[in-house]
Design a protein around this ligand. Structure first.
Ligand code: C2E
Ligand code: CA
Ligand code: CA
Length: 556
């Protein structure tokens, strides 16, 4: 038998087709074992050292014992070093059986063997790297959705999927980063963030990015709650030449266990539903998928898909809540508040306005309410009755509309109503651009003789700026600022704040309306500080058109 024939068992074992590094290791082990005795090999070790890269955030440092016999000498070790494509290296150590070491012939054969082992390993590693490239989002280093589906399919095949859960999350407040920093800096921060999340995961857990700042992670069920907490509290310090900035990134998230899913893509169905519910509840919420949540989200969908029909079918009705002059107890006017009569049930605005606002249909609804109010005023005037000023809520979504003031005037003029009988309630906007649009709108309306009021004053970000810069006629002080009649911690402070808000608004030449006033005692506070107008249950709840007309006759 010549030398190459002696090596046949080695090569045939080595070149068996393999996919994973583990299977490759196994082949190499068997191959080395087949020729160890022949070549007087006592032990074979391979050290794999790969540096940190985008794809391997932790790098890779492993030593594998491929072959180990009872007789090993630490002298005359045959050592070979090979470079890997990604700057890593493989070091191969072959220990002889005795301290005599290897013969020159053996050394030569070992050289051939080492080279073959290296080629085989690097091929598998390259393959692994390539699949990683295909499955990785190059901007951040997170995996792709396809990979998540693939992993889920594997877990399902292994009947392990019940032990896992998925979390769909969105970074709360990332919009701010893009506003304050350049896009490339924003990208760098996103990448750092992604790596931070990935560091929290164990090897069989994965993070995928869906685009933007939306992620899904597949994690072990018994770690899921703790991981959500950790991800919701990630802090990043970003530094460039001008400044250093610390971020605490919260998340809005929906999560679910995976028990019972019948196909991999079901993961997305569950977590998307939970995420939609979380978003509706507001940024920063974290919601678990349940059947109840599923119903809630479907109900939301139903609101949106039934809206157009409901509007055409006049299912929306306007209620009127009186505003009362506090000193004389006379009617100052009323606020129009919409209700949805759906399948014979009266649905309050909290159950449909947020969805319509998010989707944009609120614009059509607000015009509808304005028109209904104008019709009612026309009817009153035609019937020889005295009209009163009605305020109509206009969502901030209207600020996206061109010629908004013109459209409002057109509706009022269609019914030939004196402009002084309509007031438009606006909520402040945190967005600077909207701030300017709002100023323009208020001025345009003022020129046409239409009054404006700021709703929910004090609850937003820029309330003070708003009354300083925008020429609104009326400030509606939010009910959270009205001191309660009972004694409680911090009441003293509430009284001081309320007192000064009213004073300030008055001195700026605007009217104050206190909202949500429920008791006589509260009425006394308001009178004492000189508040002009009150709206609240203490006088009336929102009334039907009929009830309101009666109230206009009876007075208080
Ligand atoms: P808002 O504009 O701040 O309306 C005042 C809300 O406070 C009304 O709730 C009213 O019923 C309630 N309220 C009045 N007095 C009291 C009180 O003494 N105590 C308490 N606890 N609550 C009181 P409602 O009618 O459920 O409306 C909720 C919100 O829905 C409104 O808040 C407004 O933001 C929105 N909304 C209602 N109708 C429309 C509309 O036509 N268009 C738009 N864009 N939004 C509307
Ligand atoms: Ca309002
Ligand atoms: Ca309000």
């Amino acid at each position: 038998m010549n030398d190459s024939e002696k090596l046949l068992p080695f090569f045939s074992q080595l070149y068996q087709e393999t996919e994973s590094i583990e299977a490759c290791e196994n082949n190499v082990r068997k191959a080395v074992a087949a020729v160890a005795e022949l070549l007087h090999v006592g032990k074979v070790e391979i050290m794999l050292n790969a540096p940190r890269t985008n794809l391997r955030p932790e790098g890779e440092h492993r030593t594998l014992a491929l072959f180990y016999s009872d007789n090993v000498s630490k002298e005359h070790i045959h050592e070979m070093i090979f470079s890997l494509p990604d700057k890593g290296k493989i070091t191969m150590l072959i220990y002889p059986v005795t301290s005599d070491g290897f013969t020159v012939d053996e050394e030569n054969v070992l050289g051939v063997i080492s080279q073959a082992i290296y080629t085989q390993f690097s091929r598998v590693i390259m393959k692994g790297l390539l699949t990683q490239v295909v499955n990785t989002d190059t901007d951040t280093g997170a995996y792709t959705m396809d990979y998540l589906v693939e992993c889920t399919a594997k877990l399902m095949a292994q009947h392990k999927v019940d032990r896992y859960g998925a979390v769909f999350f969105n970074i709360h407040g990332f919009k701010y980063v893009n506003k304050v920093f350049s896009y490339s800096e924003g990208d760098a921060i996103l990448k750092t963030y992604t790596q931070r999340v990935m560091c929290l995961l164990e090897p069989d857990e994965i993070l995928t990015r869906l685009g933007g700042d939306n992620y899904v992670m597949l994690v072990k069920l018994d770690r899921m709650n703790e991981l959500i907490k950790q991800v919701a509290d990630i802090r990043i310090t970003y530094q460039n030449e001008h400044r250093e900035k610390n971020f605490v990134f919260g998340i809005t998230a929906g999560y679910s266990g995976l028990a019972g899913i019948t196909e991999p893509r079901d993961i997305m169905k569950r977590v998307s539903v939970a995420f939609a519910a979380a978003r509706k509840r507001g940024a920063g919420n974290i919601v678990e998928y349940t059947e109840e949540v599923q119903r809630e989200v479907m109900e939301n969908q139903a609101v949106l898909s039934n809206f157009v029909y409901a509007l055409e079918n006049h299912e929306f009705v306007v209620y009127y809540q009186p505003k009362v002059n506090i000193q004389e107890k006379t009617m100052y006017g009323a606020e129009a508040l919409v209700r949805w009569v759906r399948n014979g049930r009266l649905v309050p605005p909290v159950q449909f306005i947020p969805q319509l606002e998010q989707e944009g249909s609120i614009i059509a609804l607000d015009y509808y309410v304005l028109e209904e109010v104008c019709k009612w005023l026309r009817k009153r005037i035609d019937g020889g009755l005295k009209p009163v000023c009605i305020s109509v809520n206009f969502s901030r979504r209207h600020l996206e509309e061109d010629d908004l003031a013109k459209h409002i005037v057109a509706v009022i003029d269609k019914y030939n109503i004196d402009h002084s009988y309509i007031e438009i309630e606006l909520t402040e906007s945190e967005d600077f651009q909207n701030f300017e649009v709002m100023t323009e709108l208020v001025n345009d309306l003022k020129e046409c003789g239409i009054g404006t009021s700021m709703d929910d004053f004090g609850t937003g970000f820029s309330s003070l700026n708003m009354i300083k810069k925008v020429d609104l006629h009326v400030i509606k002080i939010d009910k959270s600022f009205i001191p309660l009649e009972t004694e409680y911690m911090g009441k003293e402070k509430d009284l001081i704040m309320f007192n000064h808000i009213v004073k300030m608004v008055k001195e700026l030449g605007k009217k104050t309306v206190a909202e949500g006033v429920e008791s006589e005692k509260q009425l006394d506070y308001l009178r004492d500080v000189g508040c002009d107008i009150v709206q609240g249950y203490v006088f009336d709840k929102p009334l039907t058109e009929e009830e309101f007309e009666k109230r206009l006759e009876t007075g208080y």
